[in-house]
Write a protein that binds this ligand. Structure first.
Ligand SMILES: [Zn+2]
Length: 364
C-alpha cells in the first residue's frame, strides 16, 4: 500500500474524539511486525507499538487518531477523502492523519535501525487529553520503556511545507478575577462601590502586559484579557460585582505564582478573588538535541528549506513527552485549514513527509 492509499484509508475512519472507529484494529494489522501495548481508559483508547532492532536509542513517533467534528458546509463528505487539483479533502487531512499515515508507513518499512522504533497513538488529543498520551507515558515509565526521543507529527508548517518545526510549546494559564462592590443608583455614586470604576484604573497596566521579556525559544508571556462582565445592561444601576477572565500563554520564565503575583500587585487594595489554573506547562527541547538536528537537516536536504525552530501556537500532546524528559520535536504538514470546513492537504506534501520520516529513521 503506498502512502496516499494508506492515508485515504485512515481518513475514512470516523474517529471523532474519543472514538477510534476501528482505526486501531486496522493499524495493529498494518504494523504486524511490532509488539503492542493497549491502554483503554474511560472510552479513550491508547496504543503503543514497538520493535526492537538492536541495543541503540529509542525513537518514538506519536500522534492522535481523533479528529474534531466536521461541522456543516463541506463540499464533499468529510469522511470520504476526495482528491481535487492536487489536494485531498477530509476531516483530519492536516490535523493529523497525514502525519500519522506518513510515520506509520515509514516505521513499517524501516530496515536500517539500531535501536527501538515505536509508535504511540491516542484517541483523545482533541478532547481534554487526560486519559490519552499522558497515561501511556506513565505506564511506559513504570516499565522502564520511555523513549529517548519523540517526533510528534502535528501540522507545524505555516506558509510552505518544511518551513517550521516546533521544539517546544508555551504553557497555558487561565484565570478568573471577581471584584466585589456595592450595587447602587447611578445618580448617587458616592453611596455605592462601583467595581467597574475600580478595575478601570488598573486595566491600562494589565491589558496586554508582558510578564517576561521572552528568550531565544519563547515569545514574551502576555496577559490577555478574554472577557469582562458586570452590570445588568441598564444605565441607572451600578453593579455589585465584576468578573474578568484572562489567559496567559506562558514561557518557562513565567509560572502560575508569577501570574498570581502580577494580579495581586494590581488588585492589592481591592476586595477580590482570583481563581487560577494551569492547563498546560511549557517545555522546550535543547536546540542541539539529536532529534532536532536530524529533523532540520533532513528537511533541508529533501525540500531545500531551513526550518524555523518555533514554540508558537496552542498546546499539543508533545508537552507530555516534554514533562517526562523526552527530547521532542514536532513536524508535519501545513496547518492553515485545521479544524476548518473543507480541511485539505497537498498530496505532494504527504508524500514528502513520509520520505522525510523514512530518512530520519535511516539517519538515526
Ligand atoms: Zn492535532
Amino acid at each position: 500500500m503506498d502512502t496516499i492509499s494508506l492515508f485515504k484509508k485512515i481518513l475514512s475512519f470516523e474517529s471523532i474524539t474519543p472514538d477510534d472507529a476501528g482505526a486501531f484494529d486496522f493499524i495493529e494489522e498494518y504494523l504486524s511486525g511490532f509488539e503492542v501495548i493497549k491502554l483503554d481508559i474511560g472510552g479513550v483508547k491508547n496504543r503503543f507499538f514497538y520493535k526492537r532492532f538492536g541495543e541503540g536509542e529509542h525513537l518514538c513517533f506519536a500522534g492522535h487518531i481523533d479528529v474534531v467534528p466536521p461541522g456543516e458546509g463541506w463540499l464533499s463528505d468529510p469522511f470520504v477523502p476526495t482528491e481535487k487539483e492536487g489536494m485531498i479533502y477530509a476531516r483530519g487531512a492536516q490535523d493529523m492523519k497525514s502525519g500519522l499515515s506518513a510515520f506509520l508507513k515509514a516505521c513499517r518499512d524501516a530496515k536500517n535501525f539500531s535501536g527501538t522504533l515505536s509508535v504511540l497513538l491516542t484517541s483523545d488529543e482533541e478532547g481534554d487529553a487526560t486519559n490519552g498520551t499522558v497515561k501511556m507515558l506513565e505506564l511506559l515509565k513504570e516499565r522502564g520503556m520511555l523513549p529517548d526521543y519523540a517526533i510528534v507529527a502535528e501540522p507545524t508548517c505555516e506558509e510552505r511545507f518544511g518551513d517550521t518545526i516546533k521544539i517546544g510549546r508555551r504553557g497555558s494559564i487561565n484565570g478568573v478575577i471577581e471584584k466585589m462592590g456595592v450595587q447602587g443608583h447611578a445618580a448617587y455614586p458616592q453611596k455605592a462601590k462601583n467595581p467597574i470604576h475600580k478595575v478601570a484604573q488598573v486595566l491600562p497596566k494589565m491589558a496586554g502586559a508582558f510578564l517576561d521579556e521572552g528568550d531565544e525559544a519563547f515569545a514574551p508571556s502576555q496577559f490577555v484579557i478574554t472577557d469582562i462582565r458586570a452590570g445588568m445592561e441598564v444605565t441607572n444601576v451600578t453593579p455589585a460585582n465584576l468578573k474578568m477572565m484572562f489567559n496567559v500563554r506562558n514561557s518557562t520564565k513565567t509560572d502560575l505564582e508569577a501570574v498570581k503575583a502580577f494580579v495581586d500587585q494590581h488588585f492589592r487594595d481591592m476586595d477580590y478573588t482570583l481563581t487560577l489554573n494551569q492547563s498546560a506547562k511549557p517545555f522546550v527541547t535543547d536546540r542541539n538535541s539529536k532529534v532536532i538536528e536530524v529533523m532540520s537537516e533532513t528537511i533541508f536536504d529533501l525540500v531545500d528549506i531551513k526550518p524555523e525552530l518555533s514554540t508558537a501556537g496552542g498546546t499539543s500532546d508533545a508537552r507530555f513527552f516534554g514533562e517526562f524528559g523526552v527530547d521532542t520535536v514536532e513536524f508535519g504538514v501545513k496547518n492553515d485549514t485545521i479544524h476548518a470546513i473543507n480541511e485539505r492537504v497537498g498530496v505532494d506534501d504527504v508524500i514528502a513527509l513520509e520520505r522525510i520520516f523514512a530518512q530520519v529513521i535511516e539517519r538515526f
